[in-house]
Design a protein around this ligand. Structure first.
Ligand SMILES: Cc1cn([C@H]2C[C@H](O)[C@@H](COP(=O)(O)OP(=O)(O)O[C@H]3O[C@@H](C)[C@H](O)[C@@H](O)[C@H]3O)O2)c(=O)[nH]c1=O
Length: 392
């Protein structure tokens, strides 16, 4: 029998949309491109519904686009050997049910058990990628699988048709205009510099808006509902609901509905500059071929600043304006002075470099493509583990 035929993916939503965003993207690709019967166990259907409106909130089990979705409510004791899958993946060390683990130990052959980790550009990842970890009591080994930016990591999530879809969309101005028009974007705004904004609430949005408002370039900033709500509300002078819009000076801000995941890609493709955050939108911005600014998920002791620097060092070591803007956006600038950031100066420098950053993003994509895609790399690794196990 061919391996693998079935795969179980466990996802605990820690917060926001990245955990389920990544797992859903991954599950769909496994099913669609590799023909694997995937069950996605997820504990928070409400967050899931935000990125995938087809999700029903009260269903224990549902099928969406060929993937089985199970509501994970810490069910235990319900698992038998026949419930298991060829490959079992826990996303981000989410601790799968003990009863499930016991059943895995009783299987013959045992499932390939992987822990899919978070993305970072730091070098240590290469040393930890694919490392085994033996279970303390049971005859089971789990392996760590790290996404990453080099050939010694698992690579990045990327659907096989993504590049073709992007190129088709970006070479069709009418399709792009129609896509944006559904959110109320006018033809004048279409001709302005279009920016999508997705960031955490602590980003210095108000200060940047002030610089844009007083600047010379017409900017249209498109913000999905619920993002940086306080700053958006202050700018609008009204509730930051989808459909709300306001122009002050050179800046127009428009609130969009929080769109379904495939439309979020289109939004990134249609804009000239994208502000992204967390993990999944950050990776999608890298595939969009447009300049982007990353708001990294905050961690204790400013660990995230180290991760941000590691990425900037890899991505754009020679473009100072991108590094400075990104560090300031994340409160990680090394300038010890008490002076507040001069956002007009930061923006002017970054804006002047945007053509250079755009061509760099194309080179970056080529480099990333050479690492293969995360889903295929993970499956290859799982197959190698299975053949190894069969020999012993
Ligand atoms: C703005 C927007 C995003 N999305 C999707 C894109 C992504 O799949 C998802 C957002 O996920 P992210 O970009 O990762 O950002 P995020 O901040 O939402 O998510 C995460 O960040 C991780 C680093 C942490 O581990 C997680 O715990 C989580 O906080 O939402 C839409 O589908 N529609 C939208 O309108």
């Amino acid at each position: 029998m061919t391996f693998p035929q079935t795969l179980h993916l466990f996802c605990r939503v820690v917060d926001n949309y990245g955990d389920i965003g990544i797992c859903w993207r991954f599950a769909r690709q496994l099913q669609r491109e590799h023909n694997i019967a995937v069950t996605l166990w997820v504990d928070d259907l409400r967050s899931f519904q935000r990125i995938c409106p087809e999700v029903l909130l009260d269903a224990e089990e549902q099928q969406i686009f060929g993937v089985t979705i199970r509501h994970w409510r810490d069910q235990d004791g319900v698992f038998t050997v026949s419930d298991l899958a060829d490959i079992v993946i826990e996303f981000f060390a989410c601790d799968i049910p003990p009863g499930y683990i016991t059943a895995m130990a009783e299987c013959n052959p045992r499932p390939v058990w992987l822990n899919l980790e978070g993305l970072t550009a730091e070098e240590w990842v290469e040393g930890c990628h694919t490392l085994p970890s033996s279970h303390s009591r049971l005859p089971l080994t789990k392996h760590f699988f790290f996404p990453g930016f080099t050939g010694k990591t698992g690579g990045l999530l990327r659907e096989s048709t993504l590049e073709e879809q992007r190129q088709q969309f970006q070479s069709d101005p009418i399709a792009m205009a129609e896509f944006l028009a559904q959110f109320g974007v006018t033809s004048a705004e279409m001709a302005s510099t279009k920016v999508s904004l997705f960031c955490y609430p602590h980003a210095p949005v108000a200060a940047l808006f002030e610089a844009w408002q007083n600047g010379e370039t017409a900017i249209t900033c498109l913000v999905p509902e619920g993002v940086a709500s306080d700053a958006i509300q202050t700018f609008l002078g009204t509730e930051a609901k989808a459909g709300a819009a306001c122009t002050r000076g050179a800046l127009t801000v428009r609130v969009l509905p929080f769109v379904a995941q495939p439309d979020y890609d289109k939004l990134l493709w249609a804009c000239d500059l994208n502000f992204v955050r967390g993990e999944d939108s950050w990776v999608r911005a890298q595939w969009a071929g447009k300049p982007f600014i990353w708001h990294i998920y905050p961690q204790d002791e400013n660990l995230h600043h180290k991760k941000l620097r590691a990425f900037l060092q890899r991505y754009s070591p020679d473009i100072a304006s991108m590094a400075t803007f990104s560090l300031c956006w994340n409160g990680a600038e090394t300038d010890e002075s008490e002076e507040p950031t001069d956002w007009s100066a930061r923006w002017s420098a970054f804006q002047a470099d945007m053509p250079k950053i755009t061509s760099l993003s194309i080179d970056w994509q080529q480099k990333m493509l050479a690492n293969g895609d995360l889903t295929s790399n993970l499956l290859q690794f799982a197959v190698s583990l299975r053949s190894e196990a069969a020999k012993n």
